[in-house]
Design a protein around this ligand. Structure first.
Ligand SMILES: C[S@@+](CC[C@H](N)C(=O)[O-])C[C@H]1O[C@@H](n2cnc3c(N)ncnc32)[C@H](O)[C@@H]1O
Length: 351
């Protein structure tokens, strides 16, 4: 029987998994017994050989080529979505285990109070919901823009076809929820808007270039609870990343959190790039003109803290994916971060 590769997402290479970090390879002889192993330790030789490979392929493309990829970045992504349309739509089950912030009451119900049910509780629930709506109505701003009355606002940047947005809308049933999502590919945004699950009462999709720090977002500064960046920061030119994160940080409310999952240094996708695809250190262009950077944890830490955010989580997810049929091993490296804007300190009272 030929074993199949685990189902993966063509946009990111990520494999669907039930939960983060649960299967560990303790006996190397068993490597081909499963499709994937979590939390794999790299040997020093492996790290050194990856470093060498990257160095050997670090000759950057000429400036005019670089400028073309930068200037036409959104056109390359439009072409990508014209070709793939919704075909790689994946419901990512890890989303809510890794990022419970995307559906907070949901994880509260599932994890902290698994047995809670019954009339009293649901009455209490609906009472609380009504109260929240009242508060929401009071906080309506004079511009009644989409989501202005919401009590929990999430923005996803680089949303693609909605791999994160639609699961959030489905899972998070908070009546005060509003989800903003944007991408600089108008083709992707159109695919989100024409999806039958797109609900303009709970969601707003718009075209926006994250690296254009002068451009306005349809939300005020200091109003977002969560900002999500999933495999998008890596698509920006490294010189534009810091300012983009700083711009986004302004949108967070005190206590609001930025969530990121993206490619890590020496991920298999980096080591697989052929010569002539490197744009600058650890930054490459794929055959279809889309670009990708491979981060270290330290780089991301610096970027978020420089933007005034504080660390909640910064971890590296090293997985070993296995093609059992071809007896191939593939080392994947992803980084996951949560950085928060400091909550407002209560004013000190005298005496
Ligand atoms: C690898 S895809 C990931 C899509 C989606 N976040 C997901 O996980 O399925 C990268 C996405 O970032 C978008 N993107 C790249 N550069 C961007 C920019 N400067 N501003 C906004 N979106 C951008 C692309 O159009 C694409 O949809």
């Amino acid at each position: 029987l030929a074993a199949k590769l685990p189902e993966s997402d063509p946009a990111t290479g990520e494999v669907k998994r039930p939960q983060f970090g649960t299967r560990f390879l303790t006996d190397p002889r068993q490597v081909f017994q499963h499709n994937a192993w979590d939390n794999v330790e790299w040997t020093e030789e492996q790290e050194a050989s990856a470093k060498k490979k990257v160095l050997e392929n670090s000759q950057p493309l000429p400036t005019e080529k670089q400028e073309e990829y930068e200037g036409r970045a959104n056109e390359y992504w439009n072409d990508f979505y014209t070709i793939h349309e919704n075909r790689f739509f994946k419901d990512r089950h890890w989303l809510f285990t890794e990022f419970p912030e995307l559906a907070p009451q949901c994880s509260l119900n599932n994890d902290s109070h698994p047995q809670v049910s019954g009339a009293d509780d649901s009455q209490q629930d609906s009472l609380e919901r009504e109260q929240r709506i009242d508060v929401a109505a009071l906080s309506l701003t004079d511009d009644d823009a989409p989501g202005s009355s919401a009590t929990y606002r999430i923005l996803e940047v680089g949303c693609g076809v909605g791999n994160t947005v639609f699961p959030i809308l489905k899972t998070n049933n908070d009546p005060g929820l509003f989800v903003y999502c944007c991408d600089f590919s108008s083709t992707a945004v159109e695919l989100v808007k024409t999806n039958p699950e797109y609900d303009p009462g709970r969601c707003l999709a718009f075209v926006h270039d994250l690296s254009d720090v002068e451009a306005n977002y349809p939300v005020h500064d200091g109003t977002l609870d969560v900002i999500v960046l999933i495999f998008v920061l890596s698509a920006l030119h490294p010189d534009k990343m810091q300012a983009s994160i700083r711009r986004l940080a302004r949108l967070l409310k005190p206590g609001g959190v930025m969530l990121l999952r993206d490619y890590g240094r020496y991920d298999m996708a980096q080591l697989r790039f052929k010569k002539g695809r490197c744009l600058s250190e650890n930054f490459y262009v794929r055959g279809d003109g889309t670009r990708v950077y491979f981060f270290t944890q330290d780089e991301l830490h610096e970027m978020f803290t420089e933007a005034g955010l504080e660390k909640v989580q910064n971890l590296v997810d090293r997985r070993l994916q296995v093609n059992r049929g071809k007896q191939l091993t593939m080392y994947r490296v992803w980084i996951q971060c949560k950085y928060r804007k400091a909550p407002v300190q209560p004013a000190k009272t005298e005496g």
